[in-house]
Design a protein around this ligand. Sequence first.
Ligand code: ADP
Ligand code: ASP
Ligand code: MG
Length: 816
Amino acid sequence: MKTLKFGGTSVANAENIKRVVDIIKNQAKDEKTVIVVSAFSKVTDLLSLAAKKAAVADESYKDLLETIEAKHLDALKELLPVGAQSSPLSEVKRLINHLETLLDGCFLLRELTQRTSDTILGFGELLSSFIISEAIKQDNKNSIYKDSRDLIKTNNQHGKAIVNFEKTNKLITDFFAENNYQITVLPGFIARSEDGINTTLGRGGSDYSAAIFAAALDADQLEIWTDVNGMFTANPKIVKQAQAIETLSYQEAMELSHFGAKVLYPPTIQPVLQKGIPIIIKNTFEPENNGSFISDKTSSKPNPVKGISHIDHITLITLEGSGMIGVSGSSKRLFEVLSQEKVNVIFITQASSEHSICIGILNEDSEIAEKAINDAFQIEIAQHKIEPCIVEKDLCIIALVGENMKNHQGLSGRMFSTLGKNNVNIRAIAQGASERNISAVIKEKDVKKALNSLHENFFEEDTKQLNLFVMGVGNVGKIFISQIAQQKKYLKENFKINVRLIAVSNSRKMYFDEDGIDLKKWNDLLDEKGEKADHQDFILKVKTYNLRNSIFVDITASESVSKLYESFLYQSVGVVTCNKIACASEYSNYINLKNISRQYNAPFLYETNVGAGLPIIDTLKNLVASGDKVNKIQAVLSGSLNFIFNNFNEKNSFHDVVKEAGVQGFTEPDPKIDLSGIDVARKILILIRESGHKMDIEEISNESFLPEACLKTEDNDNFFASLIEHSAHFEALYNNALSKDSRLKYVAQYENGKASVGLQLIPKDHPFYNLEGKDNIVLFFTDRYVDQPLLIKGAGAGASVTASGIFADVIRMGNI
Ligand code: ADP
Ligand code: ASP
Ligand code: MG
């Protein structure tokens, strides 16, 4: 014999019920089958709401009743041929009339007791099981409908009654001994007390009803048919990458369901466990899928963690005070009072100092619990031996579960460091001595991030998801996104890094997609669907999404954007930037950003601040970290100035060459930033700071080669006009170099605490002389590189090398 239970979504409407009838037809071919069904999807909630409204004299309960009636009548009419509808329709109407009378009663009396509530909620299952049984009869006459209330006997604890197994088992076996049908259809969830009053087995209790029948009848297996492919490694609605678990032990399933895996109502396991009957969780919408198999064996797979589950809406109550130390009986009193108030304690921790004890309960119980505890300890509170209890609401418990966790070290370390790295604050921790479960209490707002990062760490073969929020999609930004599109698959396969673009923004618009923006369509999406760009809104969205491994990528040259880094780092959002303004701002700001980055575990990377894609800053960091000391730096750091002076000659005027550099993307949008030397000064400043020396931009001497009048211009047009006006000045510079057999190079240098930038005449034998095109060169003279400096040389400007430098920083974050 088999027992099959179909949940709410499986029987949500006629179309789904037809699937269920097909599944039953297949399963019941050669074996006797017991079918237990839930109410149609959401109907129990509607009944509960209608009853609550009626009890507060809100007449809208009548509309809810109409919705409930229509749902059932529609399904019945679609499932049965017209000729067979009349008698079932009148039975459904009879049930609805009865329900209406009860709701009217609540309305007139302004009252809803737990006992009445049980009777009202039970109508969901009464209606659904009757309709489904009629549908099955169309196909198989050898079937019968039976009201479970006649068979399952409980006590009078309404809302979640306790089953009397002795009586129940006898009634069930007697009934099945007398009725030898191929298919028996029963409503789940409902029962009756020994004195004949309607009860229920608790929300989600149809699973339990099915287990009670399976155990009483020694079924071969219990099948729970639902809307997912089994019990998953985490709730699949929250963790998209979650996978169905093939095999689990009863204990593992119990822990996961107790800690929120709603797919199985926790008490379900007990009756079948005693009889060794396996549970199979299957998907009504994908019946060919194997689902999950729960028995007394766990799987032999190497991963000791089976799943990660969570319970929402938790309140932590802490009772503390010196009056608890060494005083026996405090915890007994605490738990006694909670039990008297029927408050279910889900989580307990006590520090070994005995100074405090902390419990986790449901939010809905928090007020009753707080009052009851404060009343129970009022004498100690009055004597200041114990503090009034501290109540923290809207928390969540997350738990790692696995039978084999006890044999593995380091799992809790890995769990807590993963949460810590993602800036998830842990309020309390508990680990059962069985070591089948490690749980932590966190804020509800962090739950999605916590579950996803833990899932990634424990189940996704070390794949790391990086979530990018990109500001600035000009030349470099566009190429950067196209490079991601090109490399996405490669990075996933070879580096186990999954790069997702979550936001793009230019100065006018911003566009977000929590599931990742299509890398080929971002431009249209930004144009067509983007909202008005606003820095504060942008920050707020990043915060609300609260995604793990979030990275803010600044591809602007804007000062106001550089001021946002601090807020991101504080949220543990990493920052990658090609914008040098932050690192070249006041020393205190630079150091502050580095400190916040360290403190909040949020990398702050800016390799492209100097030399575009060249590995200059990273090399410098490694030198310093390994104990070397930088004594002198000599460099040509402006790709744009190098391009300009390499191309400026008798044939090409200075003005034309500067224009061309702009067209090719080698200068900043405002070319004066390059030509005035500010850009080079910022770069050498960053190198000096990265070498471990303290300096500010004013300390760098900068004698400009531009005439005063050019420097004073206020916009690009005037600037370019001034270059034509002063062409003789530039030609004189050129001719002077030519006459001395030298070349003009814009050189930055640092030695003995002093730094300068400026145009220099470089003789033929100098390593800078042959520097081509827009190349950069840096010479580091250090304690270890004394005679021959460490030299880095290559293209130091251009959109694609800058984009790839930014990309390299993003990948660096993936490897941290
Ligand atoms: P039914 O109506 O069939 O009883 P439920 O809604 O009670 O279905 O349970 C199925 C739901 O449980 C799934 O749709 C899923 O959202 C949720 N769920 C939570 N945690 C898990 C998990 N670890 N594995 C599978 N489902 C889970
Ligand atoms: N219909 C009940 C509920 O929604 C029981 C169940 O679905 O298991 O809680
Ligand atoms: Mg359920």
